[in-house]
Design a protein around this ligand. Sequence first.
Ligand code: PLP
Ligand code: NAG
Length: 442
Amino acid sequence: MKTNKVQNHCHKQQKKNPMALSMKPFIVLSVAVNVMLFMKQFSWSNEQMDENAKGVHLKEEKMRVSSSAVIDDGKTPIVLDHGDPTMYEEYWHLVGEKTTVVIHGQQGISYFSDASKVCWFLEPQFERAVIRLHKVVGNAITEGYHIVVGTGSSQLYQAALYALSPSDLLEPIEVVSEAPFYSSYPLITDFLKSGLHRWAGDASKYDKDGPYIEIVTSPNNPDGSTRQPMVNRSGGMLIYDLAYYWPQYTPITYPANHDIMLFTISKCTGHAGSRIGWALVKDEAIARKITKYMEISTIGVSKDSQTRAAKVLDVISDSHVHKGNFDGISPFFDHSYDHMAWRWQQLREAVNKGKLFSLPVFPSATCTFSGRTFGPLSAFAWLKCESEVENCAEFLKQHNICVRDGSFLGSSSKFVRISMLDKTEKFELFIQRLSIMNTAIA
Ligand SMILES: Cc1ncc(COP(=O)(O)O)c(C=O)c1O
Ligand SMILES: *[C@@H]1O[C@H](CO)[C@@H](O)[C@H](O)[C@H]1NC(C)=O
């Protein structure tokens, strides 16, 4: 299959660029230019920064700038197909030992955490850290909710489908989401060819009567748009996937209070490798069924991972609560917002250089957490190939840029999804190459 071939080629290891060493003068120049651009973009200097914080911002800038000393030969494969959040390594490197967790040999041996809780394998310190962070950010209500921990929000998605699917239907219940949607939803929903549920595609085209499940992803993967339920019919059940409802990606406009809400540390803190997500569930019976799914499939969720996740979430809360007294390091969501804003500005500039590509534009809003007014800074770029290019992924592949074909996301091959959360070095290479393509092919 053609698409498989694209994926294989695109999964080749990236090689270091041999040109980088032999072109020192140019590198120095490019670094200098980058510093200037960067300083220009953020007029932190007067408004937001006291003297103490300035040193750290410089340290943070230097990390970003030093990594840009790469000259593009146009050949190095740039793989931005997955939403691997390695961008966050920079911040956690700055934070250093604060997030180190020591787990002793006798710790976490039991299957159980608190047998009296609906979610009996939920570590109390993880639960406390989740509640605290939602309070600090104001992005979700936790009072009156049951918290269920999962092996990533991917497992919670499966568990929520299981919990919502009526067991007495003759046919599997249909599951929909408005296109473009996260490409894993159809894969996960139909993976085991369950008799309980089946994928039915784009919610905006769904016109059947009877019960259904709708996934509302807000902000949306891939385009970052704020989403509402689409089908609005009486037999509907809703799962809100709020993986990106954090202030580095979108303005927080209200504390979310839906019946079932999924969150994950993967996109909040960047610790995708810990595989930790959580569901906030209003109804106790549903929370019990979601827990049941975890019980049957994996007998709970790693306590080691919950312990680590609790620490990381607490450090984020601390960085905001003890702002200015956090070893001079900017609070997590300030740092990550600045970085996302910088990346989006780079991308929009590269796209605006020519007529090859376009990006969606969504309205701005004021964030109740930061007070800033801004439009979505999506974790993915939903890029459209303009002109006569019909297969945008193929077109970019010719330039050794590997991204996800829009047809996997319920849309067309005119679109591609590009990760905005990879390492700075790779991101800058991508921007360089996109700019050159866009100016060369007028
Ligand atoms: C909308 C959405 N939900 C869920 C996930 C999966 O997250 P996790 O790593 O917690 O399984 C992703 C990952 O890309 C996502 O984009
Ligand atoms: C369903 O309601 C939302 C507002 O909550 C609206 O934006 C959407 O267009 C509605 N869907 C349809 C099919 O009318």
